[in-house]
Design a protein around this ligand. Structure first.
Ligand code: AMP
Length: 119
């Protein structure tokens, strides 16, 4: 989508703080981090959210991207949280599918990291 910020980051029309990339997904640091590690994993192809007809192959590529991000940031050893805000009630603000990878400190069930976005 031409006006989608995450499409532009995924296609390097806008540069970002990249953590991992392959032919299907891109991972970059959230510009408003809620934890020491806060990385977004997005498919290069545009889908509005997790239930926008995303092919199984793309879902598998996203999970592989999470694995690579966890290893690259070290949270594979300490634990991390993955969140996919989906739709208005979840507070999704960017309508390009993205998985938040949060870690680097003890995460609580309360607070903004519980929802993966700032209130
Ligand atoms: P969500 O509320 O799940 O839609 O989360 C969107 C996330 O994208 C927020 O945590 C924002 O801080 C983050 N974000 C928005 N624009 C950018 C950007 N240009 N670069 C990095 N992160 C961004």
């Amino acid at each position: 989508m031409s006006d989608c910020i995450f499409c532009k980051i995924a296609n390097h029309e806008i540069e970002s703080d990249y953590v991992y990339e392959d032919d299907q997904v891109t991972a970059f640091r959230d510009m408003n981090p809620l934890a020491p590690v806060h990385v977004l994993v997005v498919p290069k192809r545009h889908y509005a959210n997790l239930v926008d007809g995303v092919p199984a192959e793309t879902l598998a590529a996203l999970v592989h991207g999470v694995d690579e991000v966890a290893k690259a940031t070290g949270v594979d050893k300490t634990g991390f949280r993955v969140i996919a805000n989906t739709g208005d009630d979840a507070g999704q603000t960017v309508h390009h599918l993205h998985l938040h990878v949060l870690g680097g400190r003890k995460l609580t069930d309360e607070g903004p990291e519980g929802a993966g976005h700032a209130e």
